[in-house]
Design a protein around this ligand. Structure first.
Ligand code: FMN
Ligand code: COI
Length: 410
C-alpha cells in the first residue's frame, strides 16, 4: 500500500463504499452483514457515539514526519488498526477470506479470521505470508473441535487466539430469521469441513442449512440452549457444526475455560478476550492472565440496548490501568474515529463491516481501498490535529459535546 496510489473517484469514503456494496450484494448477504440485533439501536449508537466528541487541533508543531505505527504482538504494526473477524466472507466475494488476507498483507495490516470462515485457516495463512494473523475462537462445548483448531492455528503461525465472549447465546437478528439465512452452495464452513464426528457433519459442511438451523429458528428444543432447570442433564450440541448450534456456548466461564485456553495456546499464541464491555469484566480478564482485551459488542449484533463500545471504553481503560492492551471495535467508519478511540485510551481498533463492503465492491482491491481510505484519513487527522506519534494521542485532543451543545474538556 503506497501513499501515491491513485484515488478511486467513484469511492472516496467508507460511506460511499457502503453504498456501492449495497448494489453488489444479494439481499440475504446484505441483511446478514449489515443488521444488528433486535431494533438495531446499539448498532446505530456504536457509530453515533463518535459524534459526541470533537477534536482540539494543535498547530505550528512541524508535522512533516508522521509515524502511524504502534506495537502489536511483540512487533510493530504500521497502523493502529486491524481487520476484525467476520464470518463467511465468500458471501461477499468468491475469493472470500483469501482476498482479505492478501489485501491485509499488502497493507501490513493484521487480519482476524473467524472460526466460521469460508476459507481454511491454513489457506489464509498461506495468503498472509509473514503478515500477522489472529484466529477468532468460538470455544465449543465439545472441546475436541476447538482443541484441533487451536493446534492447527499454532502450526500455521497465528499470533493469538481471540476468544469471543459475548455469545453465550446468539443475538436475535430478525432479518436473518425472516430470510431463513443459510450458506449457499458451494461454500463451506471451511475450518470444520474435515471434522466428521458424526455422519451428519458431512451434510451440513456441504453448505446446506441444517435441520438444526431450522429447528433453532422455530424454537425447537436443542441441547445447546441454555438451561431452563427442568431436571435434565445438559449435553453438548452433537452432529452438524453450524453457527446456530455451535457458536453460542452458554456454559463458558472464567475459571474453567480461560485457564484451559491459556494452557492450550501458550506459549506460541497469545490469548485475548473479545467482547468485554465493563470495568468489572476487564479486571477479571487481567486476573485470569489474558494478554489483551477487545472492547466489543459484536457490532451491535448480540445484546441490543448495550452501551456503544466507545462509551464503554473509558471504564475498561480505567480498570485495566495499562496492565494489558485494550483494543476496541464497533462503528468505526472514518480515520478521525480511529483517532478519537485512541484519544479515549484504546491502543488499537478493529474494523468489521467496512472491510466486508470493500470485499463485496471489488474483492481484494476493494479491501485494499477500504484500508487505504482509513489509513489516509487517520494520517491526515494526526497531522491536522498536530500529532506525529500514536502514543501522543490522548484525551487532551478531545472535547465532549452534550445534547444541548455544551462543550466540556475531558
Ligand atoms: C457479518 C458479520 C459477521 C461476524 N462474524 C463474527 C465472528 O465470526 N466472530 C466474532 O467474534 N465476531 C464476528 N463479528 C463481529 C466483528 O468481529 C466485530 O466485532 C464487529 O463487526 C465490529 O463492528 P463494525 O462492523 O461496526 O466495525 C461479525 C460481524 C459481522 C458484521
Ligand atoms: C458464526 C456466527 C455466529 C458469526 C457471527 O458472529 C455473526 O454473525 O455475528
Amino acid at each position: 500500500m503506497t501513499a501515491q496510489q491513485p484515488h478511486d473517484l467513484n469511492c472516496l469514503t467508507v460511506a460511499e463504499l457502503e453504498k456501492h456494496a449495497e448494489q453488489c450484494m444479494d439481499k440475504q448477504t446484505r441483511d446478514y452483514y449489515n443488521e444488528g440485533a433486535d431494533s438495531g439501536s446499539t448498532l446505530l449508537e456504536n457509530s453515533q457515539a463518535y459524534s459526541k466528541y470533537r477534536i482540539r487541533p494543535r498547530v505550528l508543531r512541524d508535522i512533516s514526519l508522521i509515524d502511524t505505527s504502534c506495537p502489536l504482538f511483540g512487533a510493530r504494526s504500521p497502523l493502529p488498526m486491524g481487520v476484525a473477524p467476520t464470518a463467511m466472507q465468500c458471501l461477499a466475494h468468491p475469493d472470500g477470506e483469501a482476498a482479505t488476507a492478501r489485501a491485509c498483507r499488502e497493507a501490513g495490516v493484521v487480519i482476524g479470521l473467524s472460526s466460521f470462515a469460508t476459507t481454511t485457516l491454513e489457506d489464509v495463512a498461506a495468503a498472509s505470508g509473514s503478515n500477522p494473523r489472529v484466529l477468532q475462537l468460538y470455544l465449543f462445548e465439545e472441546r475436541e473441535h476447538s482443541r484441533r483448531l487451536i493446534q492447527r492455528a499454532k502450526a500455521a503461525g497465528y499470533k493469538a487466539v481471540f476468544l469471543t465472549v459475548d455469545t453465550p447465546m446468539l443475538g436475535r437478528r430478525n432479518l436473518e430469521i425472516r430470510n431463513q439465512f443459510k450458506l449457499p452452495k458451494p461454500y463451506k464452513i471451511a475450518n470444520f469441513a474435515e471434522d466428521s464426528d458424526s455422519p451428519a457433519s458431512k451434510t451440513v459442511m456441504d453448505g446446506a442449512a441444517s435441520d438444526t438451523d431450522a429447528d433453532k429458528r422455530e424454537g425447537k428444543k436443542s441441547t445447546s440452549a441454555p438451561g431452563v432447570h427442568d431436571g435434565e442433564k445438559r449435553t453438548p450440541p452433537a452432529g452438524p457444526i453450524s453457527f446456530h448450534t455451535h457458536a453460542p456456548n452458554p456454559t463458558l466461564c472464567w475459571d474453567r475455560d480461560i485457564d484451559w485456553l491459556r494452557k492450550e495456546c501458550k506459549p506460541e499464541m497469545e490469548v485475548w478476550v473479545k467482547g468485554i464491555a465493563t470495568g468489572e469484566d476487564a479486571l477479571l480478564a487481567v486476573y485470569h492472565g489474558v494478554d489483551g482485551i477487545v472492547v466489543s459488542n459484536h457490532g451491535g449484533r448480540q445484546l441490543n440496548g448495550a452501551l456503544a463500545t466507545l462509551d464503554a471504553l473509558p471504564e475498561v481503560v480505567d480498570a485495566v490501568q495499562g496492565k494489558i492492551p485494550v483494543h476496541i471495535d464497533g462503528g468505526i467508519r472514518h480515520g478521525t474515529e480511529i483517532f478519537k478511540a485512541l484519544a479515549l485510551g484504546a491502543d488499537f481498533v478493529w474494523i468489521g463491516r467496512p472491510v466486508l463492503w470493500g470485499l463485496s465492491y471489488k474483492g481484494q482491491e476493494g479491501v485494499a481501498l477500504c484500508l487505504r481510505l482509513l489509513r489516509d484519513e487517520f494520517t491526515l487527522c494526526m497531522g491536522l490535529a498536530g500529532t506525529v506519534k500514536v502514543p501522543e494521542i490522548s484525551k487532551d485532543y478531545l472535547v465532549k459535546v452534550d445534547k444541548s451543545g455544551f462543550v466540556s474538556r475531558l
